[in-house]
Design a protein around this ligand. Sequence first.
Ligand SMILES: [Zn+2]
Ligand SMILES: [Zn+2]
Length: 210
Amino acid sequence: MKNTSNNYKTETEIPFDLEQCVAFHGHLCPGLVYGYIVAKESIKLLDIKRSIDEEIVAVCENDSCAVDGLQVMIGTTAGKGNLIVKDYGKNAYTVVNRSKEKAFRFSRITSYNYSGKNTDEFNKLEKAVSEGTANEQQRHRQKYLKAVDLFSKPFNEVFYTKEVDFSMPPYASLAPSVACAICGEMTMQTKMVEGKDGRLICITCSDTKS
Ligand SMILES: [Zn+2]
Ligand SMILES: [Zn+2]
């Protein structure tokens, strides 16, 4: 019974806060766990609570499931403007604490290796998934095993952590909206571009024209 504090590491139990992430995201997957463990680590390193306003900012260098883990855990949300998604395809995240003027960047620098106790099963599933022969149930099981393995690993085995220069990300911008010269829809002025005739048009219209 001395393993009580590690009970969540058994396969059948998911930590309560991860369950909250799953409830928001829709399913348990490795991507969500990446965001979850990064959030947990940043809570520890930056001594933060879930962001009510914009005091915490997360910069995600991918637009994967991980983003949702961060949204739930540290309150860096799409709507508040304190979630910046840079679609670089990197499993890397920077979490900034404005009041403490501190920031950490977490990045994945090694490839994934399963280290749970279902190695044989995982390897078979992994093979089937990569060969495209896995059915839906097998794909789910593979994701599940990987997700559980990821949150059971020591954080440092999954992510490389580095304190980075704190640079204050700008607060979410508030700008007046004006009507797009083409579609007429009210658009934040700062997000508009100049059309051929010099009038302001929205991004959608500028993309459609080109
Ligand atoms: Zn997912
Ligand atoms: Zn328009």
